[in-house]
Ligand binder design. Structure first.
Ligand code: SF4
Length: 169
């Protein structure tokens, strides 16, 4: 395997990309960032859930209005099966209103699974010890994008291009 095609060492990759000066300029004078952790924690405090309030939040969703963090947190705390079923039905209706009966894909395409962030729900998070890191190199060829895998050697990629486009790449 060509060494330059290998996925980078994650720690080294992070060191190369995280620029402290690019972070500092977005911080508040007290050093905090734009995410209000205390507010999020308050929103997630267990609190009695009122079915009428949950239905009002679902109605707001069905009117395609943005929910507040408090309203979103209230939905996250729902455990009643009937209310969860109502949420699922509302979610489907919102989806149909916004996207109709289509499958939506979105760009940009991921060209790698290395990320400097650490969102807990995401397999790309930097602290995920099970992720096999890959960075793809995209090459524009004849108006199409061909992608070479990080673990694919140059000869293999060239052969794939020639097979696809019928010309010497
Ligand atoms: S969701 Fe995943 S890919 Fe996106 S910023 Fe968070 S960890 Fe990175």
């Amino acid at each position: 395997m060509d060494m330059k095609d290998q996925a980078p060492n994650p720690e080294e990759w992070l060191r190369q990309r995280i620029r402290p000066e690019q972070i500092a300029k977005y911080l508040r004078p007290d050093g905090s960032d734009f995410i209000d952790d205390a507010h999020i924690a308050r929103c997630l405090q267990p609190a009695p859930l009122d079915a009428g309030r949950i239905r009002a939040i679902l109605d707001k969703s069905l009117a395609i209005q943005t929910l507040t963090p408090e309203e979103t947190a209230a939905l996250l705390r729902v455990t009643d099966p009937d209310m969860i079923a109502a949420m699922q039905e509302a979610a489907l209706n919102v989806k149909l209103k916004v996207y109709d009966n289509r499958i939506i894909t979105f760009a940009p395409l991921y060209l790698g699974n290395c990320c400097v962030n650490n969102c807990l729900y995401c397999g790309f998070r930097r602290a995920n010890p099970y992720a096999q890191r890959r960075i793809l190199r995209a090459i524009l060829a004849g108006g199409n994008i061909e992608v070479v895998r990080a673990d694919e050697g140059a000869d293999s990629f060239r052969a794939r291009l020639e097979k696809r486009f019928g010309t010497e790449a």
